[in-house]
Each structure stands twice: as structure tokens, then as C-alpha cells.
Design a protein around this ligand. Structure first.
Ligand SMILES: Cc1cc2nc3c(=O)[nH]c(=O)nc-3n(C[C@H](O)[C@H](O)[C@H](O)COP(=O)(O)OP(=O)(O)OC[C@H]3O[C@@H](n4cnc5c(N)ncnc54)[C@H](O)[C@@H]3O)c2cc1C
Length: 251
């Protein structure tokens, strides 16, 4: 497999919630190659390691990336000027497998919600369940509505939408779709996988810590089931999307 680093033009850098930013970047060659559930690796000078960010949306010439400021790298990203050029490695990893004849339920938690927008856009009549800690962190509701999703919003503290967890809503609607795609914190993915076990196929996107993004280091190794045994696989190459049945959520 070959990987391409190209300069992308930062067309828009917009704050969309507390500490959460939305980038639109432009590149005429690479955007059209991106599939849902894949990610990109953003060079953030003067940092050496790139920052992996999921593809939130893509068209022929642009990508949308939505990120939360966690540390130095994402802080620098949040301050980059519109019109500047950014070095990005794209597209990376294996994304969601979508069968357009099926109805999907997309379950996202916090900053795990963005890649589900691009995935939901590939499907008919998606059921989308998004959960956030609080109202000030809610993102992408208008975008999911505009593609005709049956949309549910939960918050942990009840400050917006339903007071509760995404899994509460998932359990109530379990007989209304064929498969689940989920992205969010590990405890949420584990809970979603438990609800789906033996009932629905569930794909999970693991946004593990990552070093190089192209399989050259072992920072993102993850324990996965292979037959009756297990193997360590690299999230950046084999993932970030796995079948939930393959993942040892407890490490
Ligand atoms: C495949 C993949 C896709 C991702 N997609 C997105 C996305 O769409 N939007 C987004 O906001 N983030 C995403 N992330 C996480 C993002 O890459 C990290 O938050 C970012 O690299 C942190 O860099 P930093 O320099 O700001 O923070 P650092 O200084 O490196 O770390 C600051 C703090 O953030 C924590 N942290 C760092 N990386 C992660 C991680 N991967 N998961 C949880 N906590 C972490 C650290 O433990 C530390 O407490 C993704 C990660 C992966 C592997």
C-alpha cells in the first residue's frame, strides 16, 4: 500500500462547541479517495508525530475534520489560520463496511461522533444515536438531521435531549435496524458491543493512541480475537474499524 502526503489548503477553521473545532481542507486529488471510517494524519509543526483525525465528511475536493482540543497538537491545530497549507497523510486505515440494502444504527459518543456522519450519508434512513457529557459539547445535530436521520440526542447530565446514555436508546430500538456502527470512548463501545452481542452485527471504530499511523511503530497495538486465539493488531492498519466480536475491550 502506498501513502500520500499532500498539502491541503485550510479553507475553514471554526469553533463549533466548547473546545471543539471544525476544519474544511481542500485537495483536488486525495479527497475523492476517502471512504467512511478512514482517518487522516495531520502534521502539526513543530511536532514530529502527526495527529490522527477521522474523516467527518468528504466530497470530490474537500474533507471535513472535527476535533477536540486535548493537548498541544490539537491546540495548535485550533489556532491555524484559514488560507494556510497543512501537510496531511490521507486516506488511512480500513473504514466501515456498509451494505446499502441494510438499515444501520449509528451510535456515537462525544468526539467519536464525527466519523459517523460520513458513514450515515452512505445509507438510507439511518437511525443515529449521539451522546455527549453536556449541552456545551453537542455537535453535528443539524448535519445528521439534514440527511434525513432518525436522530436521538442524549446527555449524561440531562442538559440537552434525553437524560441518559446512548445504550438506553439503543436497547429501545434494537428491532428497528440490521447493523450497528459505533465510535466513542472504550467504555461506551464495550457497552454497545454487549447490547448487540448475538443479536446484531456491530462495527466499532477504535480511536486508540497512535504514533506513525502507517504501521511502522507499535503504539496502537490492540488485542483481537483470531479464531479461538488472539493476536496483537495495529489499529492504524487493520483498523480503526473492527467487528466488535473481534475486540478484547478489557485489553
Ligand atoms: C484513528 C483515530 C481517529 C481519531 N479521530 C479523532 C477525531 O475525529 N477527532 C478528535 O478530536 N480526535 C480524534 N482522535 C484522537 C486525536 O488523535 C487525539 O486527541 C490527538 O492526537 C491528541 O493530540 P494532542 O497533541 O492534542 O494531545 P496530546 O498532548 O498527545 O495528549 C493530550 C491528552 O489527550 C489524551 N489523548 C491523546 N490521544 C488520545 C486518543 N487517541 N484518545 C484518547 N485520548 C487521547 C492524552 O492521554 C492526554 O491526556 C483520533 C484518534 C485516532 C487514533
Amino acid at each position: 500500500m502506498s501513502y500520500d502526503t499532500r498539502l491541503f489548503k485550510l479553507l475553514e477553521n471554526k469553533r463549533i462547541a466548547d473546545g471543539v473545532f471544525s476544519w474544511t481542507v481542500e485537495n483536488d486529488e486525495l479527497c475523492r479517495l476517502c471512504e467512511c471510517g478512514q482517518f487522516v494524519n495531520v502534521k502539526v509543526p513543530p511536532r514530529v508525530l502527526r495527529r490522527p483525525i477521522s474523516i467527518c465528511d468528504a466530497d470530490e475536493n474537500t474533507l471535513r475534520l472535527v476535533f477536540q482540543v486535548k493537548g498541544e497538537g490539537t491546540r495548535i491545530m485550533s489556532e491555524m489560520k484559514e488560507g494556510s497549507e497543512v501537510e496531511i497523510l490521507a486516506p488511512l486505515g480500513h473504514g466501515f463496511e456498509i451494505d446499502v440494502s441494510k438499515r444501520y444504527c449509528f451510535v456515537g459518543g462525544g468526539i467519536g461522533v464525527p466519523p459517523l456522519l460520513f458513514a450515515a450519508k452512505q445509507t438510507e434512513n439511518p437511525l443515529v444515536i449521539t451522546g455527549f457529557r453536556s449541552k456545551n459539547l453537542v455537535i453535528l445535530q443539524d448535519e445528521f438531521s439534514s440527511i434525513g436521520s432518525e436522530l436521538y440526542l442524549t446527555t449524561d447530565d440531562g442538559s440537552a435531549g434525553i437524560h441518559g446514555f446512548v445504550t438506553d436508546v439503543l436497547k429501545e430500538h434494537l428491532d428497528e435496524f440490521d447493523e450497528v456502527c459505533a465510535c466513542g470512548p472504550m467504555p461506551m463501545l464495550k457497552a454497545v458491543a454487549e447490547v448487540c452481542k448475538g443479536k446484531k452485527r456491530c462495527q466499532v471504530s477504535l480511536e486508540e493512541r497512535m504514533g506513525c499511523g502507517i504501521g511502522a511503530c507499535l503504539v496502537c497495538s490492540c488485542k483481537t480475537k483470531v479464531g479461538d486465539d488472539y493476536a496483537m493488531t495495529q489499529v492504524c492498519r487493520r483498523g480503526p474499524v473492527y467487528d466488535a466480536e473481534e475486540v478484547f475491550f478489557d485489553g
